[in-house]
Design a protein around this ligand. Structure first.
Ligand SMILES: [Zn+2]
Ligand SMILES: [Zn+2]
Ligand SMILES: [Zn+2]
Length: 175
């Protein structure tokens, strides 16, 4: 299998590139350009992680990122991908959100995508949804004024019930 497949550096996977929209390719390219601008190496794992996150608006945990990165660059070591995600986070190219349950999920950083958002997670079905970035501005202002607390609402998801689950049998006790 690995013998028949060209390496990432020698021959970029033109077929997979064609599947992504131009904007998504640009996002991955912007991330790679930013890596270079920072004087950081553009490794196959870092490139793969940027592409995975550029190609989706889903909320992927690191294992999901690993599974998709492995399609782009088969045979990447698990720890290599984990470290790439961590390093891209440290460099400000990738951001993470903590749901109330389960592992953190990842997006490209708003500095690359040009837009930020907050998250809500349904505690019954586990669905994570994007909500407007300014949703809690009033709350943040009050906290700052009243107790001097600087709220960072983008770091954790808010918890509740989605529309479908809220409409379902209320006797079903959510977790
Ligand atoms: Zn739900
Ligand atoms: Zn999101
Ligand atoms: Zn965190």
């Amino acid at each position: 299998m690995q013998d028949s497949r060209p390496t990432d550096a020698a021959a970029p996977d033109a077929g997979a590139e064609a599947d992504a929209g131009a904007g998504q390719r640009d996002l991955a390219a912007a991330g790679i350009a930013e890596l270079r601008a920072l004087g950081e190496r553009v490794t196959p794992a870092r490139r793969a992680v940027l592409r995975v996150l550029a190609e989706t608006s889903e909320h992927l945990c690191v294992d999901d990122v690993l599974a998709r990165a492995d399609v782009i660059v088969p045979g990447l070591h698990r720890t290599t991908v984990y470290r790439a995600v961590e390093t891209l986070g440290d460099l400000g190219l990738v951001t993470h959100v903590h749901p109330d349950h389960g592992p953190a999920v990842y997006h490209l950083d708003p500095s690359l995508t040009g837009s930020s958002h907050l998250h809500v997670r349904c505690r019954r079905c586990g669905e994570i949804s994007d909500v407007p970035a300014d949703l809690l501005d009033g709350v943040a202002d009050r906290l700052a004024r009243q107790i001097g607390f600087q709220l960072q609402p983008d770091h954790a998801a808010l918890t509740g019930l989605c529309r479908a689950c809220a409409a379902a049998d209320p006797a079903d006790d959510p977790r």
